[in-house]
Design a protein around this ligand. Structure first.
Ligand code: AMP
Length: 396
């Protein structure tokens, strides 16, 4: 999938608005505690400055639900961006109105404006065109770079693209290049790893990818619904009873298509959902009734790792266990290590955002795989085969 990117538009001397995702975590005294999301947009902003553009930025932060609530102000992010880059960054306390009109009219070329939280207006989440017009009137062009918000059709993620000459920024360009190569053009063998708590969150991914993959490795809480569908006793493990028929159908469909679905063969179990609860490793054919599976066991880790290391393309979404607790993190860590090895062997390895990205960052391997997506929900919808409304206008 090719996108209309920064190279396709002339930004020289243009007033450009960039939609970034500065939805960063803040400390209780309002300081940015993790600047990963800010760093992700520096390349786009730098490219625009190099082209002679006059740059302003807009974003959402948190869920202020259409009300001006200063708990969610972007003001601290302006300081964080300035400290990180040395750029002159001026915070503007609104996204529309006279204060923005004046600031943009008097903006110096080497000054970057950061406009206030777009979600202070309820029109934002309604993709309201009149609201978008009020934002657009101060600018000559628009760059959409907020991949992690691109699955939402909001005024600043979609309507602005329809109103101004626009293109995608470098972050979105890289996300889509890497993920579409894995999804649409995978080198074989292609292994998809799914985990996490809920089957229902991943149903559409399983359905969309079943035709494309050679092997699907299923771990995490969601594996137990599949094991139950095979008639196994799963004790107190997570189970979505309403999804048992779906799991059965997928296992049958995979068999008919010659796609391997591998489920855990052993599990780390405990009586309580707690790091301090004593653990044991059991076969999935002998799960104790009063215990729950909270990680994949060592045999499963080995089987899964072998598949991953033999693959040419790997996509991973969802942890293998409750990786937030050290007692149940080994399965997820083993998968992360196998991915780094597969990458060394020349495979394309793509990690969907959200918990898998948090896990690989926690283990310190983010730089040892081909791509870690910045968007949990957006990458999931991309793997589901859905059109992302924030990206649709730029598909060539
Ligand atoms: P999801 O948002 O569906 O990808 O789920 C991610 C969450 O699943 C993480 O917070 C994990 O702690 C949790 N998880 C993974 N494996 C299990 C399990 N076996 N039982 C309960 N929760 C799990």
């Amino acid at each position: 999938m090719q996108l209309k990117n920064l190279s396709k538009v002339n930004f020289s001397d243009k007033k450009v608005l960039v939609r970034v995702d500065f939805n960063v975590p803040l400390t209780s005294d309002g300081k940015v505690s993790d600047d990963t999301r800010i760093r992700a947009h520096i390349s786009t902003i730098q490219d625009l400055l190099n082209q002679g553009a006059v740059v302003s930025l807009c974003s959402h932060l948190g869920r202020p639900k259409g009300e001006k609530n200063l708990k969610y102000t972007l003001a601290p992010v302006a300081d964080a961006l300035a400290n990180l880059t040395g750029w002159k960054v001026k915070f503007i306390p609104d996204i529309i109105g006279e204060v923005v009109d004046n600031a943009v009219a008097n903006q110096a070329k080497d000054e970057i404006l950061l406009l206030e939280n777009s979600r202070f207006y309820k029109e934002e989440e309604k993709n309201d065109i009149e609201f978008a017009k009020k934002i657009a009137k101060n600018f000559d062009a628009f760059v959409m770079d907020a991949f992690s918000a691109s699955h939402r059709a909001h005024a600043t993620t979609r309507a602005l693209s329809d109103l101004l000459p626009s293109c995608s920024g470098n972050l979105i360009d890289r996300e889509i290049t890497m993920m579409s190569e894995a999804r649409d053009n995978p080198k074989k063998p292609f292994v998809l790893i799914l985990g996490g708590a809920k089957v229902s969150d991943k149903i559409a991914v399983v359905e969309n990818m079943l035709d494309k993959v050679d092997t699907m490795l299923i771990g995490g809480g969601m594996a137990f619904t599949f094991l139950k569908a095979q008639g196994k006793e799963i004790g107190k493990s997570l189970c979505e009873t309403a999804k048992l028929d779906f799991a059965k159908e997928m296992l049958e469909r995979a068999k008919a298509k010659g796609v391997k679905i591998l489920l855990p063969t052993d599990a780390v179990v405990a009586k309580e959902f707690s790091n301090d609860s004593p653990t044991s490793v059991v076969s999935v054919d002998a799960m104790p009734q009063d215990m729950m599976g909270l990680d994949v066991g060592p045999q499963t880790q080995e089987i899964f790792a072998k598949e991953i290391m033999a693959a040419k393309t790997v996509m991973w979404n969802g942890p293998m266990g409750v990786f937030e607790m050290p007692s149940f993190a080994k399965g997820t860590q083993a998968i992360a290590i196998a991915l780094t090895q597969a990458t060394k062997n020349g495979a394309l390895t793509v990690i969907g955002g959200g918990d898998s990205a948090a896990a690989i960052a926690k283990f310190g391997f983010s730089k040892d795989v081909s791509h870690v997506s910045t968007g949990g929900g957006a990458s999931l919808e991309f793997f589901e085969g859905k059109m992302l409304p924030g990206i649709e206008p730029f598909i060539l």
